[in-house]
Design a protein around this ligand. Structure first.
Ligand code: FNR
Length: 437
């Protein structure tokens, strides 16, 4: 995958803000559907990304960045390629550049988080800690600007003094960044503190690069028209929305908010299609349901322990079955074209794995956080797993067994991921190997 244009325009844009746990692929695609022009991924830490391998997932048609423990850390697809911004947490220029190079062919821009006030971020010198180290900011941004083919941006908070804020942003601008997102609160302020439209405005007036105003959810932004008002109040080029979009991503729709049920169903469909991990799906749906978490549907969601159960809570059981069947068929088809599918993948020279043997495990049921069936761990423990599987099959042959008398794909659907994850992973491998060619 290559982005056609190397430069992304940050003028006059509606932007989905970076949000940890919220800004995964389903949410980004949904925001794009509803009219967002640019979508940020959740902040991903440089050290974690540097452990990842880039894997082309032919089953899902995605590109996955997979950690050594086979968890998918970042998943993206062609649909968002020209509009997704990769946000990283970093405190080191060389590491930042290495991450940018790793992802640059799959994203439209690179952003550095300089606003996160949480201890886990600031302790490592990342996030808002950078705001008190302008030399480091300069080093990181200028290294990125020189070294990557994508536009580079950063997201900051304001400083207690306007004068200091203005001198910082001018210094940042000189590094050659393409735009700057400004959350109009200081590092110490929480969401309940009013956002300073005046500070954002002063920044927008002094800089030549586009300023992206952020911090308006709740007090200023509750529907689409408010976004325009916030833009005017801050004199910014563009507006970035976090919480209001997390509560209802149709905030980006000119025609106005869509009913939450419709939005959640759309979200779930993407989550299933892109094999999002059910815990992440559940988290995002809980953010949307908010006050309705005590409703019958909220309680079902709360109890759900798999994507299937989430789908059932939202009347999408049939959709789940159909989609997973299609993904299974696709995988089987790819494997059928692939001789010796259980051998070691070929030596990686390009950093890309197009071979179905390399498909992350989550392609079927685990999503981010899942294990890949080609994992070295699975290979190493294959023999014990076979013994375990035989034992398990014997045990489960009792009539009371949830797996009794069903096809392998029904076994899977009856097993709860949390309880028998390892066994399930093996059954899946076994079944894939036996898939007709
Ligand atoms: C955030 N925020 C955030 N910021 C950032 O730069 N990187 C991140 O990964 C996150 N993660 C995150 C998660 C969640 C759940 C929330 C609510 C917020 C901050 C966010 O991008 C934004 O700056 C603030 O929420 C203010 O914007 P709104 O909410 O007023 O539109």
């Amino acid at each position: 995958m290559m982005v056609n244009s190397l430069s992304l325009c940050y003028h006059n844009k509606l932007i989905l803000a970076p949000m940890v746990r919220v800004g995964t692929l389903p949410m980004r695609l949904l925001a794009l559907d509803y009219g967002a022009d640019i979508v940020y991924c959740e902040e991903l830490i440089d050290l974690k990304m540097l452990q990842c391998k880039r894997v082309v997932n032919d089953v899902l048609s995605t590109v996955d960045f997979v950690a050594p423990d086979d968890r998918v850390v970042f998943r993206t697809c062609e649909r968002e390629q020209s509009r997704v911004i990769f946000q990283m947490g970093t405190s080191d220029a060389e590491r930042a550049l290495a991450v940018a190079r790793l992802v640059e062919n799959d994203v439209a821009g690179i952003d550095v988080n300089m606003g996160c006030p949480k201890e886990y971020s600031t302790k490592g010198g990342m996030g808002a800690a950078l705001l008190s180290d302008p030399d480091k900011i300069e080093k990181i941004l200028s290294t990125l600007v020189k070294g990557t083919r994508r536009p580079v941006t950063c997201k900051i908070r304001i400083l207690p003094s306007l004068e200091d804020t203005l001198s910082l942003v001018k210094r940042i601008e000189r590094t050659g960044i393409a735009a700057i997102a400004v959350h109009g609160r200081t590092r110490e302020e929480r969401p309940q503190h009013p956002v300073s439209c005046e500070a954002i405005k002063a920044i927008a007036e002094i800089l030549s690069v586009p300023v992206i105003a952020n911090g308006g959810s709740h007090d200023h932004i509750q529907e689409y028209l408010d976004i325009q008002d916030f833009r005017q109040a801050t004199a910014a080029s563009s507006v970035m929305v976090a919480r209001a979009a997390m509560w209802n991503p149709s905030i980006f729709l000119k025609e106005g908010l869509r009913p939450l049920q419709e939005v959640m169903q759309k979200y779930i469909r993407y989550a299933v299609q892109y094999d999002n991990h059910y815990t992440n799906t559940k988290y995002c749906l809980c953010q949307m349901l908010r006050e309705q978490l005590e409703s019958p549907q909220g309680k079902l969601l709360h109890a759900a322990q798999s994507s299937r159960e989430i789908c059932e809570a939202f009347g999408l059981g049939a959709f789940y079955e159909e989609t997973t069947r299609e993904l299974d068929a696709r995988r089987a088809e790819l494997l059928a074209k692939t001789p010796g599918e259980v051998e070691e993948p070929a030596e990686d020279t390009s950093g890309e794995h197009t071979h179905p043997r390399s498909l992350p495990r989550c392609a079927c049921w685990s999503g981010a956080g899942g294990r890949s069936w080609h994992s070295p761990c699975m290979k190493r423990f294959n023999a014990p797993w076979i013994a375990f599987s035989v034992l398990l099959s014997l045990l489960l042959s009792k009539s009371t067994s949830p797996l009794c008398g069903t096809s392998p794909r029904n076994w899977r659907s009856r097993l709860r991921p949390s309880s028998v994850c390892g066994a399930r992973a093996f059954l899946r491998v076994d079944w894939v190997r036996r898939a007709p060619r």
